[in-house]
Structures are given as structure tokens and as C-alpha cells.
Design a protein around this ligand. Structure first.
Ligand code: 9D3
Length: 259
């Protein structure tokens, strides 16, 4: 996959190419990452990329022409049907399903804005979709673009090793992770749960799944409500809650439950 980012802070985005999973994917040429700076396409000697908003008000707006120039240059190195995606608080909220969809694209241009926003006409003419990371305020689109790149690149074929890939299509999908422990056996006044020392792999798998269900139910009830719990899953969740002296869940389950 070929990825191009349009940003006035190319150094910020380039940083992810040096670390971890994304860095390795670029090294192995499974993905290419390229940045275009609108400043390069500014018409004046001062390389101006922003101007005051029509209608007044605080802050500045990114100018049409320099951003358009950078998008055109970014597109030039990418396959024809690569979408232009603007990172924006006005976008659809990015999630794992969106990451999976983007991972099937041959390329993508990620447009990271600064200031109060980008001239709306540029978005209408050049942007295919807008994505947000959620309801909190960032100072610009770069960190959001980096988050999208990280989430998408991990899904590209060959990027993750066998162990990590296996985890992605495991039965834990749609739930939070179970807790993790490593040596020593006793630390911070606490012991490793004894089941993890038992060597009984079936019991360990059951315990982990119970933890994943229970934690998801307590911390992210929205996630659990989307699942249709089987009788076994309900049993595990009830065990988890009972062990903590919590009231048993009253999520309905089975075919067409709820709604
Ligand atoms: C405080 C400024 N806001 C006035 C109501 C508007 C605003 C403009 C520009 C808020 C944030 C930004 C910059 N943010 C992004 O470019 C951005 C973002 C975000 O802020 N939150 C979550 N996801 C994203 S994706 C891009």
C-alpha cells in the first residue's frame, strides 16, 4: 500500500517510519510513506499557507491553492483509485472496521489540517471522506493521520508475524483483552492468579475469556451489548460478576434478543 500525507509538519509524520511495526513494514517495502508539504506549493515569497477567515472570528484557515497543490503532488505517486481522506473533527469516527476497509485500498492520501480548519471548497472538490478519532480536541490532523496509518498498516498482509496475526482473528474479537502477567510470581504485594501457573491450557483459556467478557461488561458495556451472548458466554459473565459480588447481568441473549 502506498500512503501519502499532506501536512505542514512533515517531520512529525515521518517519525512513525522509524519505529515498531510501521517502521518494519516500510523497511520491508510492504508499505511506502511519503509526505507533501503545502508550503512547497505556496505562491508567495513568505510561503503562506493560511489566511484570515471570511466573516471574521478567531484563528486562521488553510488556503485552498497550497493544499490543492500538495494533494495533486501526493496523488501523482499513488494508484489511480486511492481515496483522499481528511482527518477532521467533522468526520465519521474511525474504528477497526474503517481500518479494515482502508487496508484493502491500493493507496490513500491523508490530509492533516492545522489552524481552525481548511477552506471548505477544497474539501468539497478534493476530499473523498473525512475521519475523526472521536470527541476530543487535537491541535491538528497529524496525530490522527499517524493513528490511522498505524491501525491500517498492521492489517496489511505480511506485516505482522504469525503469533500477532493469529490474535487478530481469534475468538476475543469484539472484546477487551484479558489481564496479562509476567515474572516475578509475587510483586507489589500481589500474586499471579494461580490458574495461570496450573499448566491446564483449557482452564487458562476459559479463565482468560471470562476476564475479557467481565472487563468488557464493566468497562465497555456498549461493546458487550453489541454481542449476542451464547449460553456459555452468559454463564462465564455471571461467574465473573458473582466472584466479585456484583449483581448478575440482565443482558438478553440469543437470536433477536433485545431491540
Ligand atoms: C478549538 C478549535 N475548535 C473550535 C470549535 C475547532 C477545531 C479546529 C481544528 C478543533 C480541532 C481542530 C484540529 N483537529 C483535527 O485536525 C483533528 C481531530 C480532533 O481534533 N479530534 C479528533 N479527531 C481529529 S482528526 C483531526
Amino acid at each position: 500500500m502506498k500512503i501519502a500525507v499532506v501536512s505542514i509538519f512533515p517531520g512529525m509524520v515521518g517519525g512513525i517510519a522509524e519505529y515498531g511495526v510501521v517502521g518494519r513494514a516500510i523497511e520491508r517495502q510492504l508499505v511506502s510513506l511519503h509526505c507533501e508539504d503545502p508550503r512547497t506549493f505556496a505562491a508567495d515569497a513568505h510561503r503562506t499557507v493560511d489566511d484570515r477567515p471570511y466573516g471574521g472570528g478567531p484563528g486562521m484557515v488553510m488556503k485552498y491553492e497550497p493544499v490543492a497543490g500538495a494533494i495533486r503532488a501526493a496523488r501523482a505517486g499513488l494508484p489511480e483509485n486511492s481515496p483522499v481522506i481528511c482527518l477532521s473533527p467533522q468526520g465519521r469516527v474511525f474504528d477497526q472496521a474503517e481500518a479494515g476497509r482502508l487496508a484493502r485500498m491500493p493507496g490513500m492520501v491523508l490530509l492533516a489540517g492545522r489552524y481552525e480548519g481548511i477552506d471548505e471548497r477544497l474539501i468539497e472538490n478534493e476530499v473523498d471522506e473525512e475521519l475523526s478519532l472521536g470527541d476530543f480536541v487535537l491541535s491538528g490532523g497529524e496525530i490522527a493521520a499517524m493513528a490511522v496509518i498505524d491501525a491500517v498498516v498492521r492489517l496489511l498482509p505480511g506485516v505482522l508475524g504469525d503469533a500477532e496475526s493469529a490474535e487478530q482473528d481469534s475468538f476475543m474479537q469484539g472484546l477487551l483483552d484479558h489481564p496479562h502477567y509476567t515474572r516475578p510470581e509475587r510483586v507489589g504485594g500481589k500474586r499471579v492468579p494461580s490458574v495461570l501457573l496450573s499448566g491446564d491450557h483449557a482452564r487458562i483459556a476459559r479463565w482468560r475469556y471470562k476476564q475479557a467478557l467481565g472487563r468488557s461488561y464493566l468497562r465497555r458495556p456498549d461493546m458487550v451489548k453489541k454481542l449476542r451472548l451464547s449460553r456459555e458466554q452468559r454463564q462465564l459473565l455471571d461467574e465473573f460478576l458473582a466472584e466479585r459480588g456484583l449483581p448478575q447481568q440482565n443482558l438478553r441473549s440469543g437470536r433477536n434478543a433485545g431491540r
